[in-house]
Design a protein around this ligand. Structure first.
Ligand SMILES: Cc1cc2nc3c(=O)[nH]c(=O)nc-3n(C[C@H](O)[C@H](O)[C@H](O)COP(=O)(O)OP(=O)(O)OC[C@H]3O[C@@H](n4cnc5c(N)ncnc54)[C@H](O)[C@@H]3O)c2cc1C
Length: 467
């Protein structure tokens, strides 16, 4: 059967575009989520939207599970293929990015990276704001599928606010284009954030905005994460909306310093990194308000980073957190809860207390300005007790997000990681409705069926143990 499936895939995309050996599939068995590993039968690389649709039609016909894949940077185990499944990589769909300066839009194949779109927009004097911190490798298709956010989300919004139309390969073997506007609006919005469970995005059309005229970076240190959270609320209460407002706690600072000396003192309790966007006049006005607000809110050391080098170093430290956490312990599993701004101090306080009560290491960082917090539980995977404690704490972190009036995922998606916690956020009637909706798009139930919406009768803890 397996040989027959692969032969039929090769007939669609060509033998050169199918991987089948165990060694060649190693990197397709995982995404960026530590502790989750699948076991695909093959990985297939369609070269066009039509080939993608044909692969989907074939999967439906033979009843084999398929998992769409962009760059594999998911942090919620959204692209981990179940045993015997086929990975469909969209990485060859690399047409564009084509910028239309008149219409202020961009068109890009699903495999084009976010950075390529941002750079093309910049070269045209324009700006594509969605900026997941993985932007140099992450794909436009993956960003659409997860509704990716990033530091710019506070001022400019997330991927959904930019996508105007999507080309999608579906199970009927068709390629359809959903445009925003009356009837299409709903289809575009259904596809965005559906994590590859309804169809595969083959091309993305998005709008662009004028680039900010200038930037100003301010950093502020605090004695504790709680003080920094209060300072965030105070700053946003002044009416200043920074282009970025990012947060690192003491554990995150320790991790990035352990990876490389970035001149950050280990005495710092928390750090806020702020980037203001605007013209000369607004930068001056907002800068003055920001400095005063931070000082009044208990900041210990406020720096107006004037030199480009200083600004770059500050943002490099923020960008290095995820990759540096392994310096503390090899196991890492994270949430990306998103809570209303006014509840940030309470949520941060509960997370810090949880870490000390349970004696677990939690690194806390995130796009605090828009309420997105990334509490990452750091643990030793070879220790059964630490792994079990990490799993328990992960559930409690999800509850803190919901209790604080927030959502399970601000940007990474539900994937396998948050699937078990979905009942904390929605009642079973709603979950059943979502499962029915999926069946309408994917009647054979073969498109990434294990993620997002739990079934009342099953849990995914076996995957957690497999790591
Ligand atoms: C260091 C690091 C920093 C990160 N920072 C951020 C951040 O700031 N903000 C943020 O939002 N995320 C962030 N992420 C998470 C991740 O980068 C995003 O979720 C990203 O959008 C995933 O894109 P991808 O191309 O890697 O997709 P993948 O990881 O390959 O897939 C993600 C999900 O989308 C589906 N999928 C992929 N491509 C398609 C397609 N063409 N059509 C349909 N479904 C598809 C997959 O099946 C899977 O469910 C970060 C990850 C890392 C490793």
């Amino acid at each position: 059967m397996a040989v027959e499936i692969i032969d039929r895939l090769e007939a669609v995309v060509g033998a050169a575009h199918v991987l089948r050996s165990r060694a060649s599939l190693v990197s397709y068995a995982v995404d960026a989520t530590v502790g989750y590993r699948g076991e695909p039968l093959a990985a297939v690389f369609p070269g066009t939207a039509e080939e993608t649709a044909s692969v989907l039609q074939l999967a439906r016909e033979i009843g084999v599970t398929v998992v769409g894949r962009g760059a594999g940077t998911s942090l919620s185990a959204g692209a981990v293929p179940p045993k015997g499944s086929i990975v469909i990589s969209l990485s060859r769909l690399r047409r564009g990015p084509y910028i239309d300066r008149e219409d202020l839009t961009v068109r890009a194949g699903a495999g084009v990276t976010t950075l390529e779109v941002q750079s093309a927009a910049k070269a045209a004097g324009l700006f594509y704001p969605p900026d997941p911190s993985s932007q140099d490798v992450t794909t436009m298709g993956g960003n659409a599928a997860t509704n990716a956010g990033g530091p710019h989300a506070l001022k400019y919004g997330v991927t959904r606010q930019y996508i105007t139309s999507l080309e999608v390969a579906d199970f009927s073997g068709s390629v359809v284009t959903y445009n925003r506007g009356t009837a299409g609006e709903m289809m575009v919005d259904l596809m965005i954030g559906s994590e590859g469970t309804l169809g595969l995005v083959t091309e993305v059309h998005a709008r662009l905005v004028p680039a900010p005229e200038g930037y100003r970076t301010v950093t502020a240190t605090f004695d504790s994460a709680q003080t920094a959270a209060h300072a965030t609320v105070d700053l946003l209460d002044t009416g200043v909306i920074p282009g970025k407002l990012e947060f690192m706690d003491d554990v995150s600072i320790r991790a990035v310093q352990a990876a490389r000396d970035r001149g950050l003192s280990l005495e710092i309790g928390a750090l806020l990194l702020i980037e203001l966007h605007g013209d000369r006049e607004s930068l001056s006005r907002d800068g003055a308000v920001t400095l005063e607000s931070l000082r009044n809110s208990g900041a210990e050391n406020v720096r107006d980073a004037v030199s480009e080098g200083e600004q770059r170093r500050a943002w490099e430290a923020r960008g290095a957190i995820t990759s540096s956490l392994a310096r503390l312990k090899p196991g890492k599993i994270g949430e990306d809860i998103c809570v209303p701004r006014t509840n940030l101090p309470q949520a941060v306080d509960r997370i810090k207390k949880l870490a000390s009560e349970r004696d677990v290491l939690i690194a806390l960082f995130g796009h605090i300005g828009d309420g997105t917090l990334h509490p990452n539980v750091i643990y030793e995977p070879s220790s059964k007790s630490e792994t079990a404690a990490a799993r328990d704490v992960l559930g409690e972190l999800a509850r803190i997000g919901i209790d604080s009036g927030g959502v399970l995922s601000g940007e990474h998606g539900l994937g396998l990681v948050k699937r078990d916690f979905v009942p904390y956020a929605w009642d079973w009637d709603t979950i059943r409705a979502m499962r029915r909706l999926k069946r309408e798009f994917d009647p054979a139930g073969v498109l990434n069926p294990g993620i997002m919406w739990p079934d009342e009768s099953e849990r995914n803890s076996d995957l957690w143990d497999r790591g």
